[in-house]
Design a protein around this ligand. Structure first.
Ligand code: NOJ
Length: 720
């Protein structure tokens, strides 16, 4: 399609329609009533609906086709709609939440999962997914940490790029769907962890730590980007010219489409930076926002703004052209359904191959936080009790699970029963997962089952809709009821492993002290129960590593391993420091309960012989950092080897350590492997005190190990 010619034939209203996105529900004949109902409240009339260029929130190939037919018939140039959807961690087959996927430290796995989601979504008519989310997640109170790979810029960037590759492919496969990185920028740092709250970050912190993961997705070729709801320095991201124009378009060379978040234009009025919707449009267009999601202010007010000379026709044309270009790249003008097909939905959704991948992802992203030796349980056990509010809970797929359904999810109980067909597997819920619950109606039964069992699987945690958008929490502990249940069950049977379900790091110091083993499954998706059973009984070997720190206490948030130095560090950050004018808490340690990068296996891996190929490097040279890792255990396993760097003296304070590279090794029992990382001067660059992105000569510490806390170290110098 010659889209430039098409553009030249379009009316202004048609162009503005392409810059509007509405809910698919408004397009369906049977929903016409909505136009005078909810649609009218949003100032959405028949015209807007006829000319709208894209939709979100629809459910199936059949609905997509019907909507596409109706829309194209009404659109004067028969321009097809773009169908967008939040395909965040799976479509119908759901894999673990992105925070868990971060814990897999496995880019191939992430790419494979994204590919699977793209396929399932594409056959249901999805053209674009609003994923990946690259907001640095350092405050577990914020409910949306579940959507981010975690707290580290390097890890997030690598996982983000893998998501983009998985969704988008090379653009030639019919199942490729464009990705949309979000929420640009720094939505993960809201004041006090409260969703939609303001963000205050220096330009240095923004560029050094918060922007790199979005940038990694842009460099991976992501086709769309979504500005965040929040303000930074008082400027809403949707109206942030510095972000959307200077950084994104000019510095990073982004050529794709910018789409606002849901109703964000109108929220500028609520932020108090625009007097009304018309002013909001002026701000958004001049900042560089192309599509307005779920409101029609651009459609209604752009003409007046053009007449007043406050926005230009060039801006409208350029934005419209970007949208048409995306449609053209997808081949929608020739084939408006693309690969939407009811038959293919039946073939692909929840097919055995997809379930197997979802199970593997759940296994590889689970983190064994603690194990005094009770795990793995023997498969020869005769009597097992599966107890707790998540024992037979199917709501473990997590928030933002696309078209995923609880009824498709395998519970822990079902997983254990399938794995141990000859064992007697008893169960009771004990109590509910409600926040703040105090009552444990089945306490007696739970204690009885626990004392009679050979082993207990105690399933505790946070319900799937207690994290995610709008679900910030000030307390991150398990409810009093869950803790009462835990104490009683652990008292009744020491051969107990806790299985946690959670969308964020929880505050569990007491549980961690009294439970002999804790396996964190996060919200593992469709195959969660099978994965948990296989991990607990040794058919799978845990290999996930935390991508986000577990605080001792909510009062430590935000907490992350790569913090800056302080002038008054505590002598031992792992202990409560009673006295002194130092950077401490009087009641909890400075360090988290479980650190970034931590995660156990049924094997022990030893690290030895850290050697550097040189003591000094210069720009253009490579430094090889070698280490030997040995599997001292009796099973095959995977170990994520992590490399951190500390810049000892620089023109601005640098983090105590920063992850620069990692590799996930596969090792047979008794096998050892030499791992070689390569460091160059480019890896040592940062935003210096003058604002330049550069390295500074001096001494660096390089650390390699199994977590951010258990590391071998050596030093080298950079000379320039
Ligand atoms: C609001 C959320 O912030 C965003 O992540 C999502 O993509 C849109 N709604 C569309 O559902």
């Amino acid at each position: 399609m010659d889209i430039k010619k098409l553009l030249s034939e379009m009316t202004l209203a048609e162009k503005l329609g392409q810059l509007t996105q509405l809910n698919a529900v408004f397009f369906n004949a049977e929903n016409d009533a909505d136009i005078t109902g909810p649609a009218a409240k949003l100032h959405i009339g028949e015209d807007d609906i006829s000319l709208t260029g894209s939709v979100l929130n629809f459910t199936s190939a059949a609905l997509m086709k019907k909507t596409q037919d109706a829309a194209m018939a009404r659109q004067p140039h028969h321009i097809p709609l773009l169908f967008m959807q939040d395909v965040i961690h799976g479509f119908r087959t759901v894999y673990p939440i992105p925070l868990a996927m971060g814990c897999s430290f496995d880019e191939t796995l992430v790419e494979d999962c994204a590919r699977m989601a793209a396929k399932e979504a594409a056959v249901s008519g999805v053209h674009v997914t609003f994923s990946p989310m690259m907001d640095l997640a350092r405050d577990a109170r914020w409910g949306r940490v579940m959507e981010s790979p975690g707290e580290d810029p390097t890890l997030n960037g690598r996982v983000g790029a893998a998501f983009v590759r998985g969704y988008q492919g090379d653009g030639t496969d019919p199942y490729d769907i464009p990705a949309c990185v979000k929420h640009f920028a720094a939505y993960g740092a809201p004041e006090a962890g409260r969703d939609y709250a303001p963000v205050e970050l220096s330009e240095h912190t923004l560029r050094e730590y918060y922007l790199p993961a979005y940038r990694a997705c842009v460099d991976a070729g992501v086709k769309m980007i979504m500005p965040a709801f929040n303000t930074i320095g008082g400027v809403p991201c949707t109206a942030n010219r510095h972000l959307l124009d200077t950084i994104l378009r000019r510095e990073w060379g982004f050529k794709g489409v910018v789409i606002s978040d849901y109703h964000a234009h109108h929220e500028m009025v609520k932020h108090g930076v625009a007097e009304n919707d018309k002013e909001a449009v002026a701000l958004a267009v001049n900042a560089g926002c192309d599509i307005e999601m779920m409101s029609t202010a651009t459609y209604r007010f752009a003409k007046e703004l053009l007449d007043e000379g406050r926005i230009t026709m060039e801006q409208i044309d350029a934005a419209t052209l970007r949208v048409l270009e995306l449609k053209n790249q997808l081949g929608l003008f020739e084939n408006p359904y693309r690969v939407a097909s009811e038959k293919e939905e039946k073939r692909l959704h929840l097919c055995p191959e997809h379930r197997a991948l979802a199970r593997r992802a759940a296994e590889e992203s689970a983190v064994l936080l603690k194990n005094d030796g009770v795990l793995p349980f023997s498969k020869a056990l005769r009597k097992v009790a599966v107890i707790g509010p998540f024992a037979k809970e199917q709501g473990i797929k997590g928030n933002w699970a696309g078209n995923g359904r609880d009824e498709d999810c395998v519970t822990v109980l079902a997983g254990v029963r399938t794995l141990l067909p000859d064992a007697e597997v008893a169960t009771t819920r004990g109590c509910s997962w409600e926040l703040g619950e105090t009552k444990v109606p089945d306490l007696e039964e739970a204690v009885e089952l626990a004392s009679e069992a050979d082993a207990v699987v105690l399933c505790l945690g946070e319900y799937q809709h207690h994290s995610g958008e709008g679900n910030s929490r000030a307390t991150l502990t398990l409810s009093p009821a869950q803790m009462t249940l835990a104490r009683a069950v652990l008292d009744a049977n020491k051969n107990t492993a806790v299985v946690l379900f959670n969308g964020r790091p929880l505050v569990i110091p007491e549980l961690s002290a009294i439970a002999p083993a804790i396996l964190d499954m996060w919200q593992p998706g469709t195959e969660g129960g099978n994965a948990a059973a296989r991990l607990l009984f040794g058919d799978a070997n845990p290999c996930g590593k935390l991508s986000m720190s577990f605080p001792y206490h909510e009062g430590q948030c935000p907490i992350y391993y790569s913090h800056l130095h302080t002038g008054r560090p505590v002598a031992n950050p792992k202990e409560i420091t009673q006295t002194g004018y130092c950077s401490r808490y009087m009641d909890v340690p400075v360090d988290p309960l479980y650190v970034f990068g931590h995660g156990l296996s049924y094997n022990t891996y030893t690290y030895d012989n850290l050697t550097l190929s040189a003591d000094v490097i210069h720009p253009g040279e490579e430094l090889e950092v070698a280490v030997t890792v040995k599997n001292e255990g009796k099973r095959y396993g995977k170990e994520t080897v992590q490399l951190y760097i500390r810049d000892k003296v620089a023109s601005v304070a640098r983090p105590v350590k920063e992850l620069k590279d990692f590799v996930k090794l596969e090792l047979e029992a008794g096998e050892s492997a030499a791992v070689i990382f390569t460091i160059t001067e480019e890896d040592l660059r940062f935003h210096t005190v003058s604002g330049a992105f550069d390295s500074e000569a001096g001494e660096f510490e390089v650390m390699v190990g199994k977590s951010s806390d258990e590391l071998l170290a050596a030093t080298f110098r950079l000379e320039k």
